[in-house]
Write a protein that binds this ligand. Structure first.
Ligand SMILES: [Zn+2]
Length: 137
């Protein structure tokens, strides 16, 4: 039995599709345990192949493509509808902001009339030396 453990790796390789070395082939002719172990490994590999193959080649539902496209179109319409709804809101906010700025400017503007009235004497003021610089007649 101890001799047989040295063949396990070769049996695994053979079960996975590898070549069966001549020494292993000769041993299998005389050892029933190793022949059974090889057959057991091959059965496991065939079962795994069947399961993996079935998963890999699974049929998709025939209406999957149509459902995905319909969902994408529905989501796209919903997004554009939201954009259409937000445009008037954004425009109203912009107009409201402009009106607010204009109202604030007229309400809180500095009193220009007072400044002009206060500045009027300064505008008409002439330096006394200006009269002295006039040519004598
Ligand atoms: Zn053996």
């Amino acid at each position: 039995m101890n001799d047989c453990t040295s063949w396990r790796e070769a049996l695994d390789d053979a079960a996975l599709g590898g070549a069966l070395p001549e020494a292993v082939r000769l041993h299998l002719q005389t050892c029933g345990d190793c022949a059974a172990a090889l057959e057991q490994r091959r059965t496991i590999v065939r079962g795994l192949d069947a399961v993996v193959g079935a998963r890999a080649n699974a049929q998709l539902p025939s209406d999957l493509r149509a459902r995905v496209l319909a969902r994408v179109q529905r989501e796209s319409r919903r997004g554009s509808r939201m954009r259409v709804l937000w445009r008037p809101v954004a425009a109203a906010l912009a107009v409201g902001f402009i009106v607010l700025v204009l109202v604030a400017r007229t309400t809180f503007a500095p009193p220009r009339v007072t400044l002009q009235r206060d500045a009027a004497p300064l505008i008409s003021w002439r330096s006394p030396t200006a009269a002295l610089l006039q040519p004598v007649r």
